[in-house]
Design a protein around this ligand. Structure first.
Ligand SMILES: [Zn+2]
Length: 451
């Protein structure tokens, strides 16, 4: 299916170098029809008027009454130029901040002025997913989609449903039983999604949704969708924008389905290709110990990108073992409770590009880090705090120096998962628990308790 609605500056390409099949952007594929591998959006840069220098993007602050210039994704639109402006969807995503935070820096033994927190919880649906959805829904509008679906640990469903009702699309969400944080489930229901709760975990949902989308012709909005990752690149553009167009030494990101790390690597690869940056940052991807597929594959099984010739047998054997053990991932950081990450190979590509490293942190470390981020910053959901817990490891190991400039991506809002926060404090689960103090209904007794 070819349409005239896309730009001629972009196409889709299979990431498998032995295949390399190309498709136009008017198709909704999500996997290479020839070999089953992931697809990329690729640009013919000579057909796009990309600004000569990154500072040129800042001029759009003066014209932010234009909806595309207001968007924290589309104000960088030359860098994800796959459809005409008239199809571009925006609900004001990407108005997020990069906060220098010395309180959290002290906790992880980083020098004052060197640690930054990128608060993606400030997006309209409360997570980074809106960056990707604005791009993927623009593609959905371009191809004339009428109905969409996703599998979700929570944030994807909230974001997808919000965009779907803004675009007039029907939406269906697949969630695992008991595996979704209340804040996120409440959003999907309130925004009007049809929610299907499957007796299984996220990985089961992910398998089912792909078949359902194929059979019913629904538009798939998981991060298999290459256009979602195009939008998520903007998180990196905004970080360097807020660092006065300088690249930090390190980006630290939670590792779940690995869409973010994949998108971030692609963002830096393209900026370097365009001559807009001189060097790429290093990247640290942080798993939870209860869902550490990437850590096992990269650190223990030595799985490499290898210019795209990834040793598939290592992955197949690992997954066969998970199946044989009937393994299901478990972590309080539900957003990264994933053991078969769909963007694994694109993430390996990022690791190769950014000299990346991978670590896993315990739920206890995540919850303590989360309490520190809440105490000194704007708060975040558990998965986001894996970044700070991971940074603490990397400082202790000496992998990251105390004076390096570090940006941690806090992917979701504190209120996404109120249960973890309430339990941590009320049940005194950690060293930073701050439980309420019970008091009799008597003034003098209450006064004695106020410190
Ligand atoms: Zn292919």
């Amino acid at each position: 299916m070819s349409t005239s609605k896309q730009t001629d500056a972009a196409y889709q390409k299979c990431i498998n170098p032995d295949c390399g099949a190309e498709f136009d952007c008017g198709q909704s594929l999500f996997k290479c029809p020839a070999c089953g591998e992931l697809l990329d959006a690729v640009y013919n840069w000579d057909k796009i008027e990309v600004p000569d220098k990154l500072t040129d993007f800042a001029k759009r602050w003066a014209t932010r009454n234009n909806r595309l210039d207001f968007s924290g994704v589309w104000r960088f639109r030359e860098l994800l130029n796959f459809c005409e402006d008239k199809y571009k969807v925006t609900i004001g995503e990407g108005q997020t901040i990069l906060q220098q935070n010395d309180g959290v820096a002290e906790y992880v033994d980083v020098k004052p002025g060197r640690l930054y927190l990128q608060y993606e919880g400030l997006n309209p649906s409360g997570s980074f997913k809106d960056n990707g959805m604005t791009a993927a829904f623009s593609h959905a509008m371009m191809v004339g989609a009428k109905s969409c679906a996703c599998a979700s640990t929570g944030n994807t469903s909230a974001s997808m449903t919000l965009y779907a009702h803004n675009c007039g699309l029907k939406s269906t969400v697949f969630i695992g039983s008991g595996r979704i944080a209340f804040g996120k489930l409440s959003q999907a229901m309130d925004y009007g999604a049809q929610t299907i709760q499957i007796l299984g975990d996220f990985d089961d949902c992910m398998r089912q949704v792909q078949d359902v989308c194929l059979q019913l012709g629904l538009y798939l909005l998981n991060s298999l969708n290459p256009f979602r990752l195009e939008g998520q690149k903007a998180i990196m553009y905004r970080i360097i924008e807020q660092l006065r167009w300088e690249v930090p030494d390190w980006i630290i990101v939670p590792g779940g389905n690995l869409g973010n790390s994949s998108a971030f690597g692609k963002a830096f690869y393209e900026l370097k290709q365009l001559g807009l940056i001189e060097q790429v940052p290093r990247m640290a991807i942080i798993n939870a110990t209860g869902a550490k597929t990437l850590t096992d594959l990269v650190n223990n099984k030595k799985l490499l990108w290898n210019n795209g010739s990834v040793e598939q047998k290592i992955i197949d054997d690992y997954y066969a073992d998970l199946t044989a053990r009937n393994f299901s991932p478990h972590t309080c950081a539900s957003a990264i409770e994933i053991s078969r990450p769909v963007n694994l190979k694109k993430c390996l590509r990022t690791i190769a590009l950014c000299n990346g490293i991978v670590r896993a942190v315990t739920d206890e470390e995540i919850c303590d880090a989360k309490a520190i981020i809440g105490k000194y910053g704007l708060g975040c959901e558990p998965a986001s705090a894996a970044t700070i817990a991971g940074l603490k490891h990397l400082r202790a190991e000496g992998v990251i120096a105390a004076d390096e400039r570090i940006a941690c991506v806090l992917t979701g809002h504190l209120l996404k998962d109120p249960n973890v926060t309430v339990n941590y404090h009320k049940e005194k689960q950690g060293q930073f628990s701050n439980p309420p103090i019970e008091a009799p209904n008597k003034l003098d007794e209450i006064i004695k308790l106020i410190k």
